[in-house]
Design a binder for this molecule. Structure first.
Ligand code: 4AD
Ligand code: MG
Length: 432
């Protein structure tokens, strides 16, 4: 018999199928056995009636425990009360492997640290499955968007000789007789590839040894970064908006079931699809925050709490642009009209989530960039190649980086980024 996935079950209504997967749960009532089956593509119930199956199958069912691997053969029957709309009237159940020990995740509530310790098993829960499918959809949508907009994927290296986003949170590793740092951002390399190919992006893991134990910091996270020659900071914001709209559209179109599993109210996401994200000048953001009771002062970076209060005033993601030079990275271009502030933007996600994107126009003037590198105490030798991009046909250019995990956390409305990635790396966690 043909091996079928639960996902495709509707096509087999009234036919016999073979399913291969795991026993998620079970219960028995006299001569009827209910097997909650999952195969990664979906879940459904198989009903086994003692009088309709062989003794072998009945005994196999009696031997099951949670997470036993099983094969089920049976008839697909429409069942309006079932979440999948179908159930299986089983003809045969075969055990592939019985657990050697009791599955550690049961019906009782478990603490998050306990679940994170057994993350490799926790991933089998319907909630984690749903999150990972939404993550996949988002990653796919991001790549699709970049591809459609004519950006070429140019992967950036992970071993790097220098800092990009400040020197305090670098992970240092031994590199033969020398040392290297794990990449904080692929941006500098993208600036080089965009001067070759025009529009480029990279998408990979990035590392920050931030000693922050918050709901939005990982030490290893995935970031899509885009860079384009001749793109100014306003066009940069539009590109970011279009990308986020595309992502949310795709998730709403293809992952409704998963959002339902996560009990995610989709109304706030529907509001995002229309675009038109407000552009808020930093000065205005500070004034607004002060009115809302924050003690933030002009010149400060926005803290997580400030971002939360601010985003709660809007029903869409917002851009904050023109941050003060001092609080931002060395490469950001000062506004020629007002050099105290830079042509940058953060995108803050609604519902209190805060920053998911950082972007800016880059300094294209060689002298100014040299000055900034010196002011930031960065080793000039390590940046000579980067300065070459300004020496040979410098152009105005801009780009941004979107954090995948923060985007997943917002779209799934999760309380913490630790559940947005299969195996989170945090200040206090490197296992499993
Ligand atoms: O604002 P960041 O530091 O910007 C850059 O790295 C630029 N070089 C990007 C560019 O212009 N090419 O980081 C960008 C995004 C943040 O907005 C956030 O979503 C995510 O990366 N991010 C983190 N996500 C999880 N854990 C962390 N520790 C993160 N740090 C940044
Ligand atoms: Mg940032």
């Amino acid at each position: 018999m043909q091996h079928t996935l639960v996902r495709d079950i509707a096509k087999y209504d009234g036919q016999e199928v073979l399913l291969k997967g795991w026993c998620h749960n079970f219960r028995s009532s006299g001569s009827i056995f209910f097997l909650q089956f999952r195969d990664g593509s979906g879940r459904l119930q198989a009903v086994i009636s003692k009088k309709e199956v062989s003794e072998e199958t009945w005994n196999a069912c009696q031997s099951l425990s949670i997470e036993a691997s099983v094969e089920v053969e049976g008839l697909v029957k429409a069942e309006p009360r079932a979440p999948s709309g179908y159930e299986i009237q089983a003809k045969a159940v075969r055990v592939v492997a019985l657990p050697t020990e009791e599955f550690p995740i049961g019906k009782k509530e478990h603490g998050v640290e306990f679940l994170m310790d057994i993350r490799h098993l926790w991933l089998r829960s319907s909630r984690q499955e749903a999150i990972l499918r939404v993550r996949d959809e988002i990653e796919f949508a991001m790549r699709e968007f970049m591809h459609e907009r004519g950006f070429t994927l140019t992967d950036s290296p992970i071993f790097t000789p220098n800092a990009v986003e400040g020197t305090t949170d670098l992970f240092e590793v031994k590199y033969f007789d020398d040392k290297a740092y794990l990449s904080q951002s692929g941006q500098l390399y993208l600036e080089a590839t965009s001067a070759a190919l025009g529009k480029t992006y990279c998408f990979g893991p990035t590392f920050r040894s931030e000693k922050s134990k918050t709901r939005r910091h990982l030490t290893e996270f995935w970031m899509l970064e885009a860079e384009a020659a001749y793109m100014d900071y306003a066009e940069n914001m539009q590109l970011q908006e279009d990308m986020v709209v595309h992502i949310v559209k795709k998730v709403l179109a293809n992952r409704r079931e998963d959002l339902k599993t996560l009990e995610r109210d989709t109304a706030p996401l529907e509001a995002v699809v229309a675009g038109g994200f407000p552009r808020v000048h930093y000065d205005e953001a500070i004034a607004q925050l002060q009115k809302l009771g924050s003690d933030v002062k002009w010149g400060d970076d926005l803290g997580a709490d400030d971002e939360t209060i601010l985003t709660q005033q809007y029903d869409k993601p917002i851009f904050i642009h023109h941050y003060p030079v001092e609080v931002k990275a060395f490469y950001m271009k000062p506004d020629p009209e007002n050099p105290k502030q830079v042509l940058n933007n953060d995108m803050l996600a609604p519902e209190g989530y805060g920053e998911i994107i950082g972007g800016s126009q880059r300094i294209d003037d060689l002298k100014l960039l040299e000055e900034r590198i010196a002011q930031h105490g960065l080793p000039k030798e390590a940046f000579e190649w980067y300065l070459d991009i300004r020496r040979y046909g410098s152009v105005p250019h801009s780009g941004f980086g979107i954090g995948l995990e923060r985007t997943v956390a917002w779209i799934c409305k999760l309380p913490h980024v630790r559940e947005t990635i299969p195996f989170a790396r945090l200040l206090n966690r490197l296992n499993p």
